[in-house]
Write a protein that binds this ligand. Structure first.
Ligand code: ACO
Length: 428
């Protein structure tokens, strides 16, 4: 007999099915709660206890530190696959064959130009504009140059939209950085791989032949893989939510970029370096900042520590810490800010406050460190995250549309004034 959950309200009991996922996760299916109970709803700010969908893309177990894309362990993918393979896996559900991968790569290359008129839009932004704001706007602007909606019942139309955004997004992301640095815009070189080309588009100089660096490209590839999906986080939920109104893929992704921008989500890697720099400027006293983080009267939080889901360790942080050590060693980088980072992590990992609350360095703590070592400007860190997360957003958007999910529309518990009589302005 299938399991049921019973909720008793005002002496009346209501039964709800328990659904079980393939990893034995259980959830109470309350789809009929309001209908059955005459309007009773649930309250869960921040959705800590709420599953918004059933999904077959990413599995994570925060207690055990497990992360898998389509069943494959993140450790294996980071070690053995490249970013395009992982993107294909996330979006289409299976690792590509050699022929599928080569076609995917080629189709992306075919689309890897951006309408020249997009440059005029970029031109309108001040140089000081944050690259995430610019990237979100440019992604939105892409709609004007490409079909605004996708016929989700056509596999071909869906595929075309996917390769289009996979191709043009890195160009736009690189342009946001070139604009800030007053560098001429670069369309890249289709003879290079996806990640190598991204690096070229960001760093090539007009008067110098671009030289590829394997250590840098491998580290970037790994970082993009580690960020590629993370089930129903804030930006992904935003992409699904916007897409649920049948807004197009590019519009949904543009909204996801805005959600990712915040310092409690993707903006954390930028916040990490800014925090480390502030500590350095203030004399490098890490103990003082550990105390500030613990002080409930102080709003300061140790950026790059803690995670909504991972309460033991972040498996991505484990992989990337190793990579950070390798990259810093291989590139021979010595940086006082990175020493402060090491010091903070060492102290926090032993401090009762952090241990009891299970606050460990998350992926952003180390990704910020690697990006800095690779010479990527701090304000571009969240853009790097967005580049990695793109296939996840696409996969989740596609899944949501193919499953014909209803429009997202949460309820609320109203706590405002009850009915009041209107008074004209002379009476107030
Ligand atoms: N520094 C100091 N204390 C912290 C921190 C931190 N970074 N994070 C959590 N805490 C404390 C809280 O004050 C709270 O203490 P209390 O129980 O005494 O009140 C306790 O730990 C639980 O914190 P919550 O905010 O309830 O945890 P939640 O799961 O809601 O938040 C979050 C997770 C937002 C990531 C939080 O840990 C945080 O703000 N971290 C810093 C920002 C960051 O690194 N964000 C990146 C997230 S990863 C990503 O987006 C890829």
């Amino acid at each position: 007999m299938s399991e049921k959950a019973t909720i008793t309200i005002d002496g009346k009991s209501y039964e709800f099915p328990i659904i079980t996922g393939t990893e034995n996760e259980k959830g109470i299916d309350i789809k009929n709660l309001r209908n059955a109970s005459g309007g009773i709803t649930t309250l869960d700010p921040g959705f800590k206890n709420t599953g918004s969908c059933e999904s077959a893309i990413t599995y994570l177990d925060g207690e055990q530190g497990i992360l898998r894309y389509r069943g494959y362990a993140i450790e294996d993918l980071a070690d053995k696959a490249n970013f395009l393979e992982v993107a294909y896996l996330l979006i289409f559900g299976e690792l590509p064959t050699k022929a599928q991968l080569s076609k995917f790569d080629q189709d992306i290359k075919e689309e890897s130009h951006v309408d020249e008129d997009m440059k005029k839009i970029l031109d309108g932004f001040p140089k000081s504009a944050h690259p995430m704001g610019v990237l979100s706007s440019l992604t939105s602007a892409l709609i004007a140059f490409n079909p605004s909606s996708v016929d989700v019942d056509s596999e071909e139309a869906m595929y075309e939209a996917i390769v289009t955004i996979m191709a043009k997004f890195p160009v736009l992301a690189a342009w946001t950085m070139r604009k800030r640095k007053s560098l001429p815009l670069d369309y890249g070189d289709n003879s290079l791989g996806y990640v190598e080309n991204l690096h070229k588009m960001m760093f090539s100089k007009p008067n110098k032949t671009y030289e590829s660096n394997k250590i840098v490209n491998d580290a970037l590839d790994k970082l993009l893989i580690l960020h590629a999906d993370h089930e129903q986080n804030c930006s992904t939920s935003t992409v699904r939510m916007v897409g649920s109104s049948h807004a197009g893929l590019f519009a949904s992704i543009s909204a996801g970029i805005s959600a990712l921008w915040g310092p409690l989500h993707g903006g954390a890697n930028q916040a990490v370096i800014e925090m480390l720099e502030a500590i350095k400027t203030d004399g490098g006293d890490t103990a003082k900042y550990i105390d500030k983080a613990k002080d409930k009267e102080d709003s300061f939080r140790l950026m790059g520590f803690g995670h909504r889901v991972y309460k033991n360790f972040d498996p991505r942080a484990k992989i990337i810490k190793k990579s950070a050590d390798e990259v810093l060693g291989d590139l021979g980088i010595e940086d006082p800010v990175l020493d402060i980072a090491k010091g903070l992590a060492q102290v926090a990992l032993k401090d009762d406050y952090f241990v009891q609350r299970k606050l460990y360095p998350n992926v952003d703590f180390y990704s910020g460190i690697i990006y800095r070592a690779l010479g990527i400007p701090t304000e571009m860190f969240t853009v790097m995250f967005a580049l990695g997360r793109l296939p996840g957003w696409i996969a989740q958007w596609r899944e949501m549309r193919l499953r014909k999910e209803p429009i997202g529309r949460p309820r609320q518990i109203y706590i405002g004034e009850t009915h009041r009589e209107f008074k004209s302005v002379s009476e107030r």
